[in-house]
Write a protein that binds this ligand. Structure first.
Ligand code: PLP
Length: 360
């Protein structure tokens, strides 16, 4: 068996221990005589899996009792619609556009009401986070929406925007569980799990209880109401059972690593290796304003498309996969999520150093 260093933005690298454990339990989960994929979601044994996953996530993120944890489907993209359908009571919301995912959410919200762009970093290809200390937020806005870590552009909010008392809704898909978070500052935190937690097909929504109501926009389908899922413990219909099981294993893995403070320390250490290298070199350059850099997604360029392509090709041959930048940005991007070992980043930097020597 040989595993590569996988720098994919998502679906992305998972902890090897988790994959090994899942492999060991594949044919017979804890004496049940079947795989988790084959068992009823109404069985006791599965109920224990989802209950434990929720309890571990609550412990890791220190989620207060007045927040619900929902395991849903449809990816992060389905939340672009579910959020306005469930929360846009006044049919108005403020959106901060810091990249493609925020823009997609903003455009989707326009289907349902008056989505107002209150800040944007489009003027500089989303290479920074705009100043959000004094935004012009409409008096009757139902919420303020952000994408907290911009997977494609490699930026991250270092401080949350001043929402002027409005509910904050945050897409944390690509920074989920990468550092401690104060859940009480948000109305809704959500993310697709395929970036930092588990297999594609699960989206986790952490939502304050008072925001879960029957009062949704007219025509909202049953499956797209938070209340439907909250009232049924994420089991109104068959949940993405196997995906939730793997997420649960990753939660346990993070607990074993020492929780979110330990993850943050590790992530800072890893990111520093790469950013320090980028800051000192001639050939490779980071593309993001320093103070807004993400710990998870690190875009960089050589300045020559030809050299970029050569680098991606040679890196792949050397066992560093998925370093090509997003198709809209070009260049390279190294996604260094929780499960990327420090060794992977060190070896990448070593490889980049050699590449630079050979291509001066
Ligand atoms: C990947 C990503 C999405 C889209 O996720 P899907 O599950 O494919 O819908 C949305 N937001 C962010 C920040 C992402 O990184």
């Amino acid at each position: 068996m040989s595993r590569v260093y996988n720098f994919s933005a998502g679906p992305a690298v998972l902890p090897e221990e988790v994959l090994q454990e899942a492999a060991d339990e594949m044919l017979d989960y804890k004496g049940s005589g079947m795989s988790v994929m084959e068992m009823s979601h109404r069985s006791k044994v599965y109920q224990a899996i989802i209950d434990e996953a929720e309890a571990d996530l609550r412990e890791l993120m220190n989620i207060p009792d007045n927040y619900k944890v929902l395991f849903l489907q449809g990816g992060a993209s389905q939340q672009f619609a579910m959020i306005p359908m469930n929360l846009m009571k006044n049919k108005k919301a403020a959106y901060i556009v810091t990249g493609q995912w925020a823009k997609k959410a903003y455009q989707e919200a326009k289907i349902f009401g008056d989505a107002v762009e209150v800040a944007s970093s489009a003027d500089k290809t989303f290479s920074y986070i705009p100043d959000c200390t004094d935004l012009d937020i409409p008096e009757d806005a139902d919420y303020v929406y952000i994408c907290e870590n911009n997977t494609i552009y490699g930026t991250k909010y270092q401080t949350l925007p001043d929402t002027k008392g409005k509910i904050l809704v945050s897409d944390v898909s690509s920074c989920f569980l990468s550092e401690p978070v104060d859940v009480t500052k948000y109305g809704v935190i959500y993310g697709g799990v395929q970036k930092n937690i588990g297999p594609a097909g699960v989206v986790i929504v952490i939502i304050r209880e008072d925001l879960i109501t029957e009062d949704t926009l007219p025509g909202t389908p049953t499956m797209l109401k938070y209340k439907t899922h909250a009232d049924n413990g994420s089991m109104y219909n068959t949940p993405p059972c196997y995906g939730i099981y793997i997420c649960g294993k990753v939660f346990q893995w993070i607990k074993k690593q020492g929780g979110l403070s330990a993850m943050k320390a590790r992530n800072e250490e890893k990111a520093k290796i790469l950013y320090d290298f980028l800051d000192q070199r001639e050939l490779f350059k980071g593309t993001v304003r320093k103070e807004d850099r993400s710990l998870m997604n690190v875009p960089f360029v050589t300045g020559s498309e030809e050299l970029d392509a050569k680098f991606v090709k040679e890196a792949k041959e050397a066992g560093f996969e998925n370093l090509k930048g997003h198709r809209t940005v070009g260049g390279m991007r190294a996604s260094i999520y929780n499960a990327m070992p420090k060794e992977g980043v060190e070896k990448l930097v070593e490889f980049m150093r050699k590449f630079e020597e050979n291509n001066k």
